[in-house]
Structures are given as C-alpha cells and as structure tokens.
Design a protein around this ligand. Structure first.
Ligand code: ZN
Length: 442
C-alpha cells in the first residue's frame, strides 16, 4: 500500500501537467483507500468515440451575394445555453430557406443581394454535446473555474461552467448589475471576468463587424420576444439606459412585423405581455449578449425565447422551428426595409356590433405592418400603453369589446420607427389618433 500524502502533492510532482490530484472538496479524509484493481482512466463521457473530446469549433454561416462588408449586416446566433435544442434548428432552417429559395423567389433574392447575413447555429457546442449525450439539463459551457477546494471535481461537473449569456461586457455583474452570480456552480455564473470565455469572445468578434445593424439571439423557452435594456442594478432597480424614443419606435414597429410573421405559421401568438425590454417582461440578466450588441455596437439586438420547453417532442420542435424561422426571415426583411423606409403608417378604427348589450367590437387596421398602442381612459398613448394584440396586414388583429361610447386614443408605428402623424409618443404630444367606439348609422 502506498501512503497518500495530504493534498496529492506526490502525484502532482510526478504526473506532469496532464493530471492534477487534490483532496475531495478540501477534505483530508480520515481513512486509507483500499487496494483496487488497476483500471484505465476515463473521461466518463457517454458520447461515442466519433465525437471529439477537443473543444468543438464554433461555426458561422455567412450568406449573401456580396460578402465583403459593403452590405447591411444581420447576425443570428443560438444555443448560448446548451440545453436549448430548438433555437439552433431555427437558425439552420432559416439558412436553408434563404439558400434554397434564392433561385426562384424574388423576395429572397432581394434579401441575399442586399444583405450580409451571419448565422451561428451553436455558440456553445461543448455544452451542447454534453447536453446531447450526458446531461440534458446542461445550461452553461464546460469550462471549470471552481477552486480545487470546492466543487471542482468530476462528480460536480453538472454544476460547474460559465453561463455564456452572463459573460459579456455591458451592464455586467462586474459592473454591479443584477441577475448573474459569482458562484462557480450557479446556473448564472458570470465567469471570472468579462469575456473570459472563448464562446463569448467569438460572439464579440462576430458582432464587431461594422456593417452589422440587426441581430437575433435565440433562446428557449417561453415565447418571449425582447430587447434592451436587459439589466438593472439593485437596490432601486436602476436600469441600463432606455433606448431613445426613436429607437424604441423601431424596436416596437419591427417587433410587430416579426411577431405577425411567427403567428402566420400556426396562429401561435407571442402576447404583448411577453414583448418588450428584457428587464420589463422577464428579469435582469447582467452581462447578456443582447445588451452588449446594443450598447457596445449599436446593433438593434432582439432576443427570442422560442417555444414552450427546452427539448420538446419532435412534432412540436418542428413546428416551433418553422414558425420562428418565419420570424427570423422577417427580421431580414425588416433590415432590408429599414434603411429606405420613410413612409409613416396610417391606421383606421373599425367598430362593429357586439353580442353583448351596451358593448361594441373594435378592431384596428394599418396601411403597413405596424404596432398599434392605445388607451381607453382618454390618456395620451405611449409605448407603455396597451399594445394591440396583433399587427400586420395579412391577418386581422384581435377584437376589443368595449362599452359603446368609449373614447379611444391610439397611434401606429412601423418597423423603421416611423410614427403615424409624426406623433411623439412621450406623453406630451397631442396629435395621436382619436375616435369613439360608436356604430355609425348606415
Ligand atoms: Zn437561454
């Protein structure tokens, strides 16, 4: 029997850099290890030998007729979180549609002739493979930053790793913002410092292309659709800066178009309550990628939370893939239209009889896909007002049933941020649209 000195110093002295011996989570133990048969070392991974144990390369697909940076850039990226299996499918489906449809669809040709599209299906493939083969619920990457006196051992490997969507540079944990952890075993561990992780430096490299103006960060789940600010500091819930009114107009107007495209697939609606700034509709997520792209690079950066679970049955995963690919293609169209659209949307209010006595049914329609915000209490409408449930010109919006005689104030905003009547939705303007919910005599 070989005496084993505390701390594994003898083993470390002899084994070189490939092997590190340490006591279990800092415990010196009290006993003597029993002799056992010699067994080969194993990495304990279930993936077949055909799956590389090296760090996996991170791929990005660049699509466009002119891939020289001269065209407006759009970036879509997925699977920062390993267990979210549908978002990579959405990106690959989108890439395939663009490439296959180029030959015969004029609208697709318009996009590829005029945009420089980057699609990164899996930002965190090491975690992804671990999720596929060993631990479904893996969220983070596979880099172990835990001290050897803590949960750094093999048995703790389901809990170490860095949350790639908390390791970025803007409004991070290291800047004092909320929603990320300094604990190496937390699900939202921010890492030892901003951009400490290669996954994050990869995305920073992609986003730093100066022609990129739009991006989509694809996650699951919850059917959310969000943008900056994505973090606030506690106490006092001090938010990262809000976009300007003009920028907010573009976020809302474009979002209405993208959500209408998603809904077109199987009538699944992302509700207005799940649309808006991350820190309003979900939570604070210090150091997330969308905030880095928006605040550091000025990219209109959205975040999808696709579907209803991390790993749905295939029928559902397939449907989610098709509907959110609709949304991602629509983002490309938004990008294409953005630079040249100066036309303000126009909207109309329609009033119809209701089945309920004393009530009427109200709908809005718009001259182009636009978001409509309205109030029913005579207040001036703003971006904090109620967002009409569906926008888009191909399908009807929701029907509001209101008391006959209700005064309705509203405005519409398109995807380039053009606001109807040049209204400023800051609560001070008065040239919003006004109407009364009454049936007109015929
Ligand atoms: Zn996620």
């Amino acid at each position: 029997m070989i005496p084993w000195p505390p701390g594994g110093a003898a083993a470390n002295a002899e084994a070189g850099t490939l092997v590190q011996a340490y006591t279990h989570r800092g415990s010196l133990g009290g006993g003597v290890v029993a002799p056992a048969a010699r067994t080969p070392l194993s990495d304990g991974l279930s993936a077949p030998a055909s799956v590389s144990r090296d760090p996996h390369p991170v791929y990005a697909i660049r699509i466009g007729k002119h891939r020289d940076g001269s065209k407006l850039g759009v970036l879509a990226y997925a699977q920062e979180h390993a267990r979210e299996w549908v978002p990579p499918l959405v990106t690959v489906e989108t890439a395939e549609r663009l490439l296959r449809n180029y030959a015969h669809d004029g609208r697709t040709r318009q996009l590829l002739d005029n945009l420089d599209i980057w699609i990164a299906p899996s930002v965190n493939p090491d975690g992804g493979h671990y999720s596929f083969y060993d631990f479904n619920s893996q969220r983070k990457n596979m880099t172990n930053h835990c001290p050897t006196t803590g949960a750094a051992d093999f048995l703790a490997r389901n809990s170490w790793g860095v949350d790639n969507n908390r390791n970025y540079t803007e409004y991070s944990l290291f800047d004092g913002y909320s929603g990320a952890s300094a604990s190496c075993t937390s699900g939202t561990y921010a890492g030892p410092g901003e951009l400490s992780e290669p996954e994050n430096r990869n995305l920073d490299w992609l986003a730093s292309r100066p022609n990129i103006r739009f991006s989509m960060n694809l996650h699951s789940s919850g059917n959310y659709f969000m943008w900056s600010p994505g973090a606030y500091a506690l106490p006092g819930r001090v938010s990262a800066p809000r976009p300007t009114l003009a920028q907010e107009s573009a976020f809302w107007g474009a979002s209405a178009r993208i959500l209408a495209a998603i809904k077109r697939h199987r009538n699944m609606a992302v509700t207005p309550a799940r649309t808006g700034p991350i820190s309003d509709v979900l939570y604070s997520a210090a150091g997330n990628s969308g905030d880095m792209l928006w605040y550091k690079y000025g990219i209109y950066a959205w975040n999808f939370e696709v579907g209803t679970s991390f790993q749905p049955e295939w029928d559902e995963a397939h449907a989610e893939t098709l509907e959110f690919a609709n949304g991602l293609v629509e983002l490309m169209r938004v990008a294409r239209d953005f630079a040249k659209d100066r036309t303000r949307p126009r909207s109309t209010l329609a009033v119809a009889p209701s089945a309920t006595p004393g009530m009427v049914d109200v709908t809005f329609s718009t001259s182009e896909p636009s978001a409509v915000f309205y109030t029913l209490d005579r207040a001036a409408p703003t971006y904090a007002s109620t967002l009409y449930g569906s926008a888009g010109i191909r399908e009807g919006g929701e029907t509001l049933t209101v008391p006959a005689g209700t005064r309705i104030h509203w405005f519409s905003v398109d995807s380039a941020g053009n606001v109807e009547n040049d209204y400023r939705p800051d609560g001070d303007g008065r040239n919003y649209r006004k109407g009364t919910a009454v049936l007109r005599a015929r």
